[in-house]
Write a protein that binds this ligand. Structure first.
Ligand code: ASP
Length: 331
């Protein structure tokens, strides 16, 4: 009798310790792209617009986590807010191709079971992040591309829009200038457009599950069906409850070559590195091959990192103690 009572007491203690631990660990981090983002090139209005939108997005995801929602739905809803804003290079306001059209990439990964989904080169999906989640949940595949991705989204009943919905004047001017200067996508983004603008989100929920998602229009003046790192699991997005979740932004070719998102995870798993140190190491590798950009992530204890080797990165987070950070420039 006494023995049973003691066992029940111990089990109750273990359970309450676990739930307190995971409740304390909810955290969320987002980015809205990295690049040569300098205060002197920014008006107060534009700066406030970015800060407000980043805050709205991160608070939306945090509320979901606080109310016991999954990291999957936090990432989905948070990224949708940024996709629906013309400020970022994702959804409406995406960077345009050489044909002056939008071609959208997105990916999503779930850390509890390593399930993942992605779309590349979509022309009509209003919220590419939701389509990436649907590929993961409703198909046996990981990555669907171009017309197939659009057909799949229609079949799944996701919102689709005409391609013109995504096109903004600012991006049209950008691509026309790039075409005039005959600059390829990344050269143009790198030298003139000077910021990338992809969006991403990583969250950990009360159950300790990590999810990561990334969404982009890619690079200005891209040709030949160019696809960057964003829909490549392990390059632009990675999540694994054993270590961390990661989302990247930057010169995609270099993030693919350095397998950045997984490289950070591997350093944590195999080399016991902290998430910040691992992120800095991987960005150093990107720099060595000639690229630049940024990464956001959090580990399975809810520690957040937001690193970049560009002048700035649109970013925000709410950490495991509930502290909000919203920043643009380097510290
Ligand atoms: N990484 C994206 C790409 O290369 C661009 C970005 O981050 O804005 O497609």
């Amino acid at each position: 009798m006494m023995k049973n009572f003691l066992i029940s007491l111990i089990l109750l203690l273990i359970y309450s310790c676990q739930s307190t631990k995971s409740e304390n660990n909810i955290a969320i981090v987002i980015h809205g792209g990295a690049g040569t983002i300098l205060k002197e090139n920014m008006t107060t209005e534009v700066e406030s617009a970015y800060l407000n939108k980043l805050e709205e997005a991160v608070q939306t995801g945090y509320e979901i986590l606080k109310n016991g929602g999954s990291s999957q739905s936090a990432v989905d809803e948070t990224i949708k807010i940024m996709e629906d804003s013309p400020l970022f290079n994702a959804g409406i306001g995406a960077a345009l191709t050489n044909e002056e059209t939008a071609s959208l990439d997105a990916s999503f990964m779930e850390g509890k079971n390593l399930n993942a989904g992605a779309i590349a080169g979509s022309k009509y999906i209003k919220n590419p992040i939701s389509a990436a989640i649907s590929v993961m949940e409703d198909s046996p595949h990981v990555l669907l591309s171009s017309d197939g991705a659009d057909e799949f989204a229609i079949k799944m009943g996701l919102d689709t829009v005409p391609n013109s919905y995504f096109i903004t004047e600012r991006r049209l001017n950008s691509v026309r200038k790039a075409k005039k200067d005959d600059m390829f996508s990344f050269e143009y983004s790198y030298i003139n457009d000077s910021k990338y603008g992809t969006v991403g989100c990583v969250a950990i929920d009360k159950m300790g599950n990590i999810s990561s998602g990334t969404s982009t229009g890619g690079t200005t003046n891209k040709k030949w069906g160019r696809i960057g790192d964003v829909p490549i699991i392990g390059a632009g997005t990675y999540a694994n409850n054993d270590c961390c979740g990661i989302s990247t932004t930057g010169w995609g070719e270099h993030f693919i070559r350095n397998v950045v998102a997984y490289d950070i995870a591997a350093q944590i798993i195999y080399n016991d590195k902290g998430i910040k140190e691992a992120s800095i190491n991987s960005l150093d590798k990107v720099m060595k091959t000639g690229g630049d950009g940024g990464v956001i992530g959090l580990d399975n204890k809810g520690n957040i990192s937001m690193e970049f080797n560009t002048a700035g990165m649109y970013r925000a987070s709410i950490d495991k103690n509930g502290n909000l950070t919203v920043k643009i420039y380097s510290d």
